[in-house]
Design a protein around this ligand. Sequence first.
Ligand code: GDP
Length: 388
Amino acid sequence: MRVFFIGFGQAGGKIVDMFIEQDKRMQTQNFRGIAVNTARTDLMGLKNIELKDRLLIGQTVVKGHGVGTDNVTGARVTADEIDAIINAIDSRGTHDIDAFVIIAGLGGGTGSGGSPVLARHLKRIYREPVYAIGILPAPEEGRLYSYNAARSLSTLVNEADNTFIFDNSAWKNEGESVKDAYNRLNDEIVRRFGVLFRAGEVGKAGVGEMVVDSSEVINTLRGGGISSVGYAISEKISPRTKQSQGLLSGLVRKKEKTEEVLTGEDKSAKIIALVRRAMLGRLTLPCDYSTAERGLVLLAGPPDEMDRKGVEKSKSWVEENIAGVEVRGGDYPVQSDYIAAVVVLATIGNAPRITELLEIAKSTKEDVLKSKEKRSTMFDDGIEPLFE
Ligand code: GDP
């Protein structure tokens, strides 16, 4: 599919920059993107998004220094300057895109506050679906980040057509700080979502066994709410295997034919194992996959490694394991030495991490109110002020 990315805030901008880099490296034209921020230095640090596609907002309020962790100001300046943002998107071209994807760290200020505002306006103006990739802060970043993320996410799920969650805390290693993990985490995001958002694009490697087009991705995400993405990659496909398969398909003698059937079964088993690994491995948001309403199974790899039966069987396996019965899927060929499997678990009913985040937010709010009350009663002891 063709995606228009909007990177909001520091995290969002960096990640969109990486998607654009991937598109350049792969010599495809699936992705387009702009970055929006209240902090000038964050925008200057980007490498692949063109300068004219980096938009600084809120200059009259924060003078290019960013809104810090104040997401209410982030939301306000976005609403005030929504026309400039829409103009920047329009001037980049939207007529041939299949979806908008807003990316932001939900714990900060600019992306956290701005994303839901932008999602609302994009939905009002365009017919294409508006998705978000929301990054959750790690608890070690402090309660304010969790509070911001909970407020932002609660708003965002009602504005975007579907919100993918990436949980920083589930992905950073034990003893590693979140900041040290950013590059690795961002690679993971771009790899996974890169496979997903390229679905349906016919590349140089030809057409798939079971073609998926962008409407299948869109239908999977139609239920709204939050979604999580699983991913697995095969071992390197050795050139020898590839060669012998090429040879096999060229020979029609009986003996080789039996061998060919076996190879087919092997291919199928390999695909099923890969899809299982994708769904049962680490998800972008750890969650109870049995509560997902819809699923999407995608395979990307060399055409001679793809197998229709394998895709069908893996779809059935996903269907048996999730709450709903709608599982779509297919494959698309890419020139690569690996096969990648992506499983989208769409519209999830239960994710303990989200429940925990909302609880932290509630108790933070109560504590803030209590301390405000204390402050306001501290000087209520009968001493008259100098003047009213
Ligand atoms: P903003 O610029 O005000 O929107 O805020 P930031 O994007 O700097 O930070 C918001 C959240 O995103 C925090 O929880 C950060 O830990 C997280 N974050 C910042 N940069 C990155 C990044 O490069 N990758 C990831 N995965 N998370 C990030």
